[in-house]
Design a binder for this molecule. Structure first.
Ligand code: FAD
Length: 564
């Protein structure tokens, strides 16, 4: 084999898991290379809300919540329902807080616990009412120097300009004075920082997913760890049953790069590979409904399969209802909109079918469960009224008091967004039975009087009520009464797919017979998730991606001591 270059550890992909792994590998003395397919580093991780689900983390005491390894293990075992080996759950619970505390202490990634962001299944054993979801503190992008222009852009900016932080999010949408003050403060900080705006119109202080990725990249840059952009991995190279390198494409040429201690696949899921979606996911399905990074096309999964890896959880995704937005490369996620008062989801028969305020994966699972020959709920409809429109956003469409209908991009109307003066008129526009829709709305409105949803228990626990409006007795419920009425077409979208190369507690990739493929590791959405078919809480994709990336680097260094 003619090698063009040689490293100890090659990381394929540049999301949060990849970068955490590269930091650990470099610290352990492995000469490390990061390969990124696109011209930007960061992947979906940079586009994300940046929540990190880290049970038993170092900052929970500050927010007054007591956690333990035992509670976290009990919770994960309960929600994963026997689908994930205990050893993998234990490895996650043990390593995640250690990694985050270490990064925090050394100033690599400064993080804080969000006190009121509760686990998604608050009634499960071991669940906590907050604190396990963490966020990274804002990071000044100027510190990245030239690398700043290669950081994957995010769409999660206020007015497309101003960065946000996750701990403000529920207050921002709650309608409380405090929430309004927090939003105003961010706008003022941005507006008054005139020197910063002379450099860039967008906030220089990064928030959400970008503020997870950027400091990790900064640390790697400090230690001169190379990151090759526009360099997709194409194939794994195997010698004597061991992965020993990667074939990389650079400017149309194939380059062979040796990896003495191992290769970590961290190249995301198959969000935008339509053929794989149709092969594995429930149908109908479309990559257009995904909010994930467009370059996540399942490459790592295919490469792993070619060297004998078995796959797991391929029929699942990190589901989220999404909206098609004209002119946007990816779909918009609707994480909190479904919880807001004055709106409901209905299927093609005009009936509700799910607790709209439940975890987003469950809402989309409900769309698929309800979908059948006699009714369509993929897509379904979000029906809302003028009260909703006045006080709540829909994706990046601001409340009408800030962005009246005439200022909404005309391409939305009669495509993914409809409006009529009566419910009957709306029903006719979207092709659902008017009488049934009226009946559904009347019944739902009657529940709003008591705040008790007798059909789906909307807003029935603290997780459901995390997003809502404070002025309502059930913060997620308000009647649909004020014309004009609206309907938004809701797709069975996702923030990434979940299944991939099956891995053990050491992040090693496994064959069908359970044996380890020497030299091959995986983390993030190209690996089988430690969450199984569930979703522990906000940050349950990024937390594990970073943790198993970190574990992979430790395993590679430990198993291959002669190479360093
Ligand atoms: P990515 O971060 O997407 O990184 C994969 C990288 O690999 C990409 O840069 C891609 O270009 C590159 N790549 C692909 N193929 C190749 C190849 N052949 N060679 C080299 N490189 C390749 N999760 C949370 O936990 N908390 C949140 O708050 C959260 N909010 C979200 C909000 C939004 C809007 C979205 C879209 C997602 C959100 N998620 C969140 C989900 C989370 O972002 C993803 O699950 C996570 O980023 C996946 O990490 P990853 O490392 O697997 O993939």
């Amino acid at each position: 084999m003619q090698w063009h270059d040689e490293f100890d550890f090659i990381v394929v992909g540049s999301g949060a898991g990849a970068l955490a792994a590269a930091i650990r590998a470099q610290e352990l003395g492995l000469k490390t290379l990061i390969l990124e397919k696109s011209e930007y580093f960061g992947g979906s991780s940079a586009m994300s809300g940046g929540g990190l689900w880290i049970p038993n983390n170092h900052d929970m005491a500050r927010v007054g919540i007591v956690d333990s390894e035992d509670d976290a293990i009990a919770y994960l075992k309960h929600i994963t329902a026997g689908k994930v080996p205990d050893a993998k759950i234990r490895a996650y619970v043990r390593t995640a807080p250690k990694m985050i505390a270490d990064f925090h202490r050394r100033g690599i990634l400064r993080t804080q616990a969000i006190g009121n962001y509760c686990d998604y299944y608050p009634d499960a054993p071991g669940a906590k009412p907050g604190g396990r979801t963490m966020e990274a503190l804002p990071f000044n992008s100027l510190r990245l120097g030239d690398e700043r222009k290669h950081l994957r852009p995010t769409t999660l900016l206020l007015f497309n300009l101003i960065s946000a932080i996750a701990s403000d999010a529920c207050h921002n949408v709650s309608g409380s004075l405090y929430g309004q003050w927090l939003a105003m403060k961010r706008v003022l900080l941005w507006a008054l920082n005139i020197p910063a705006r002379l450099i860039s119109k967008e906030s220089l202080m990064l928030g959400l997913g970008q503020t997870v990725v950027a400091p990790l990249r900064y640390q790697l840059k400090k230690h001169k760890v190379p990151l090759w952009l526009s360099s997709p991995a194409k194939q794994l190279i195997v010698e004597n049953h061991r992965v020993v390198g990667v074939e990389v494409e650079q400017q149309g040429k194939r380059v062979m790069v040796r990896a003495n201690c191992g290769v970590l696949m961290a190249a995301g899921g198959f969000d935008h590979n339509q053929q794989m979606r149709e092969q594995y996911l429930p149908k109908p399905t479309s990559g257009k409904w995904s909010a994930g990074n467009l370059h996540n096309t399942g490459d790592a999964i295919v490469m792993g399969q070619q060297v004998g890896a078995r796959l797991a959880f391929m029929d699942d995704a990190w589901w989220s209802p999404t909206l098609q937005a004209p002119g946007w490369p990816t779909a918009w996620i609707l994480v909190y909109e479904k919880n807001m008062p004055h709106g409901i989801f209905v299927d093609s028969t005009g009936k509700r079918f799910v607790n709209e305020s439940g975890p987003y994966i469950d809402v989309v699972s409900g769309m698929y469960r309800n979908h059948g020959p006699d009714k369509v709920s993929v897509p379904c409809w979000m029906i809302f009224d003028t009260n909703y429109r006045r006080q709540s956003a829909l994706g990046k469409i601001l409340p009408s008091r800030m962005q009246p209908d005439k200022k909404v991009d005309p391409a939305f109307w009669n495509d993914s967004l409809f409006k009529a003066d009566s419910l009957a008129g709306l029903a006719s526009k979207i092709g659902i039975p008017a009488h049934a829709l009226q009946q559904t709305v009347t019944r739902y409105n009657s529940f709003c009087e008591t705040g008790i949803d007798a059909d789906f228990n909307r807003g029935g626990n603290i997780s459901d009520r995390f997003y809502g409006k404070v002025k309502y007795n059930n913060p997620t419920m308000g009647p649909i009464i004020k014309a004009p009425f609206y309907a938004a077409r809701i797709d069975a979208g996702d923030i990434g797919t979940k299944g991939g190369l099956d891995t053990n507690e050491h992040a090693q990739v496994l064959r069908d017979d359970g044996s380890v493929i020497a030299g091959l590791y995986a983390c993030g959405n190209c690996a089988s998730s430690v969450m199984g078919y569930s979703y522990a809480g906000a940050g349950a994709t990024l937390g594990p991606a970073m943790t198993f990336g970190y574990i992979a680097a430790e395993t590679a260094a430990r198993e291959n001591t002669p190479c360093i």
